[in-house]
Every structure is written in C-alpha cells, then in structure tokens.
Design a protein around this ligand. Structure first.
Ligand code: NDP
Length: 459
C-alpha cells in the first residue's frame, strides 16, 4: 500500500489529465495502491477508443458484415428478400451503447475513489493544474490526453470530414471518397462498402498499410479490389470543391476529378498537446509534437509523466492501458516497471481483417539476415459453399539461427481473434518446432499456423 498519501502536502498524489483508456487505467490502479487521485476530462469519459475509435468502429464493422453473410447464406440453401439497412437505427443504437460505456467508466473511477473533474486542464507549474477557475496541486501529474485526427492543408479541406464525424453522420454516405492508407482508412472503406456504398479509397504511395508485412498489404489490396472497392494508389488530392447541389469533387494531382457525397480524411493523428500549459514547465517534446518520455514514461520534468497516444510510441488502446498499469506500479506500487513495446499484436478490422504480431519479413531480414518464410494461401471451407472467391493468407517468419518464430501475420476471417493466441506463443519465444508439435483444431483456419511445413521459395 502506498504510504506517501498520508504525509502529502498536495491536494492529490496524482493528477491525471485525460480520462481515456490510459489515463483511466493509471488513475484507477494508482488509487488501488492507496494514492489520492483526480482525473480531469473535457469530453466524454473513455477517450478516443470508447467514443470515436475502437468500440464504435467495431460495431460499425459488425453492422457492415451482415450484407456479406446474407450473400454467403445463399450457397447454404437460404433465400431471403433483399435486405435493406437503416443507418439512423445503427447510429442511435451505437450511441446508446457508448453512453452506457461512458457511465461504466464513471462508476469505475468512482468506485476506485478517483475524483472526477470535468473541464479542460492546463498545467500551471510542475505541481499545479488549473481547470476553469479552480486549481489543484499534485505530487505527480500525468498527461494522457491522446491524439486528434490530422487534416492536411489541402485547398477545400473544410469540406472533408475525419473519422470523428463519420461516427455521427446524419446519412450513410453513398459515394464516399476516403483519403489515407492506414488503419482507419481501410476499416472505413470496408464499413461503407459493406453497408452498400460505392467506395473510393485514395492512398498517396505505391501500396497502402505501410509498416505491415508486404504480403499482407498486397493480399488485402487484392481482396478489397475483388469486392469492387475502387482502391487507388499513388493518388494525391490537389483540391476539394463543393458543387451547388452538394456534390463533392476531389481533383487529383494527376488532373483526374472524382465525385462523391463525402470526403473522409484518415491521414493520421497528432498528439493533443496544444494549450496544455506544457510550455509553462518546459516539458521536452519530440519533433512531431509528441511528449518525449523515458523508458518509465517520465517526461523531462521529473514529476510529470505521459502515456498513450500523446507520447506517440505504439498508438493502440491496450498499449496505453499497459503503460498506465506500469506507471501506477512505478509511482505507487514500489515496483518501477517499464512498459514493453515489443511483440504487440494488432488487428486491422478491414474486410477481410488483418492480424499481425512480431516482425514483418522486411524487418526480420534487416534484423536477422536470412529468415525462413512459411506462407499459406487457401480458400476457407465456408467459401466452398458460399461461392466467395476470397482467399486467406497466413505467414510465419522464422529466425533459422534460433528456430524462433519472429513474426506471424494473417489476412482472413477472425484474424484478430486468431493472432491474439499466436501472440502468446511469440511472447514465450516459441520455436517453429513447437508450432509444428502443436496439434491443430480441425477444421479451422487457425490450424494452418501449426501445419505449415514447406518453406516458401525465395522471391
Ligand atoms: P495511420 O498513421 O495508420 O495512417 C495514416 C495514413 O494517412 C497513412 O497511409 C499515411 O501515408 C497517410 N497520410 C498521412 N499524411 C497524409 C497526407 N498529408 N496526405 C495523404 N495521405 C497522408 O493513421 P490512421 O489515421 O489510419 O489511424 C490513426 C492511429 O489510430 C493509428 O496510428 C493506429 O495506431 C490507431 N488505430 C488503430 C486501430 C486498430 O488497432 N485496429 C484502428 C484505427 C486506428 P504514409 O503511410 O505514406 O505515411
């Protein structure tokens, strides 16, 4: 139990700015150690993930996948009238669920004894935070304010929306143009396509999803195009205009003009550090605007800490939560703990989805030299009757010097669910021989990860 609280001359042992995934977890766990904690939030509790990120996104992904299920059902003998979809019902039901989650976050904080303060917090000095007209002192300050969508300065960008607005649109876009080639862009391309829209996705480089394994990127691009998503690479928007009838026109640098009813930018997010008062305490920043932290999430000011997307390390909700848990242990658990950012599994909820953990082939070659590649491409059993041509990709990357599996990647149904299990094996340092010694579950797609025997021939 943390003993400092009794002697403290500050209002709080920890004052957290931002009640998103990382901030809430750090606050709750710190309070559990006996610290006196307050958390300030200017928007809804739960941050990006709960309100305009992971949770509502996954609900929209579920919504959009039903159209595919209906198509697939025909081969299994089902007939049904052509389905129609009501966007308003989806958004209302989604909003109701998000409100429920906001309430759960409030109870979690209340039950942990964390004081909730509504409003925008600014750091006044190293031990003082102001929220509106009130000021609070704290031994430690934690900045966990997350990020915000970046809208590049393209002429006419004011006509475009970001993912923040996409979750609250009055009407389902029928002809959306999505700009970007990261997680959010591919996920929304799948969502709108599944809900019946004619989707165009534009990416500025030669192949989207930079940072993912090249086979994964190529495979997903092929599958999205096979679904008739108009996926364009090396496509840059020069300007956006709105016609009198509301139609939006995006002129590409090539001169080509595309028309749509919505232009959505998913071109990355930036740390939300503006107007936080960081300049009052001279917190050192990274070049891109993130707060610089050491291995323990400590900023250049010894009692100010930062976790989550505002530090731009690995920008994923479970990583922010992990960083929050480590920080609480460091500050109040008498157990200095560094967050680990290696072998973090992630999924892209594209359609089909991607699951990934460990190194890409390119990263593995750079780190280990020669590596062994095991690759499997197959049509899922379900699609032998559904008639869908879609193929699943699975890939293992092995360091031959140690036989350890250093990367596992998948594109196909349930990829996120499957890779989560595989990530435990990688965390344990499993070898390819141990994968091979594992008996598969038949018939599943997942069993392919333990039955790949043939090394892929060098490209
Ligand atoms: P990402 O950083 O993943 O992707 C941004 C994309 O926009 C890249 O393709 C990038 O291209 C492109 N881009 C950047 N600037 C411009 C520009 N000026 N003009 C045109 N294109 C541009 O960001 P997202 O917005 O997709 O997602 C934000 C973060 O949210 C991610 O980092 C991710 O961690 C997180 N997230 C995680 C999800 C999950 O776990 N499933 C889901 C959604 C979001 P280039 O590659 O060439 O730089």
């Amino acid at each position: 139990m943390y003993a400092g609280a009794a002697m403290a001359s500050y209002d709080y042992d920890l004052f957290t700015i931002g009640a998103g995934s990382g901030g809430v977890r750090a606050s709750r766990i710190s309070a559990g150690y006996g610290a006196k904690v307050a958390v300030a939030e200017e928007r809804d509790l739960g941050g990006t993930c709960v309100n305009v990120g992971c949770v509502p996104k996954k609900l929209l992904v579920y919504a959009s996948a039903f159209s595919r299920d209906v198509e697939d059902a025909a081969g299994f003998g089902w007939t049904a009238p052509a389905p129609s979809h009501d966007w308003k019902t989806l958004i209302q039901n989604k909003d109701t669920e998000i409100e429920r989650l906001n309430g759960i976050y409030a109870s979690l904080l209340d039950n942990a004894g964390v004081a909730r303060i509504e409003g925008r917090a600014r750091i006044v000095d190293a031990h003082t935070v102001a929220v509106g007209d009130d000021t609070y002192t704290a031994e430690h300050i934690l900045v966990a304010v997350g990020g915000w969508p970046t809208m590049p300065p393209v002429p006419g960008i004011e006509h475009a929306i970001s993912s923040n607005e996409a979750f609250h649109l009055e009407r389902m876009p029928e002809r959306p143009i999505i700009v970007g080639g990261g997680y959010i862009a591919v996920e929304f391309a799948g969502i709108f396509h599944g809900l019946g829209a004619d989707v165009t996705q534009l990416y500025r480089g030669p192949l989207f999803l930079r940072g993912f394994d090249d086979d994964v990127r190529t495979h997903l691009a092929h599958e999205m195009r096979a679904q008739s998503i108009d996926l364009r690479f090396d496509a840059n928007v020069a300007k956006i205009e709105r016609a009198g009838d509301g139609t939006l026109r995006a002129t590409l640098e090539s001169g080509e003009k595309l028309e749509g009813d919505t232009v959505m930018y998913a071109t990355g997010r930036h740390p939300l550090t503006k107007d936080l008062g960081l300049e009052n305490v001279d917190v050192a920043m990274e070049e891109g605007g993130a707060i610089a932290v050491d291995d323990y999430s400590r900023t250049s000011v010894p009692n100010i800490w930062a976790i989550g997307d505002v530090t731009d390390r690995v920008n994923l909700t479970p990583v922010a939560i992990h960083e929050g848990m480590c920080l609480a242990a460091t500050l109040f658990g008498d157990c200095p703990t560094k967050p680990v950012h290696e072998n973090v599994a992630s999924a892209v909820f594209s359609q089909p989805p991607i699951g990934s953990v460990g190194l890409t082939e390119a990263e593995a070659r750079a780190r280990h030299g020669d590596v062994d590649i095991y690759r499997s491409g197959f049509r899922e059993l379900k699609h032998t009757l559904s008639g869908r041509e879609e193929r699943t990709l699975m890939k293992l990357i092995v360091d031959p010097a140690t036989d350890r599996v250093v990367g596992a990647h998948m594109v196909g149904d349930h990829a996120g669910e499957i890779i989560q299990g595989v990530s435990i094996a990688l965390k344990c340092g499993a070898t390819k021989a141990q994968f091979d010694a594992t008996i598969g579950i038949h018939p599943t797609s997942a069993e392919e990860f333990v039955t790949m025997r043939e090394k892929a021939k060098p490209a």
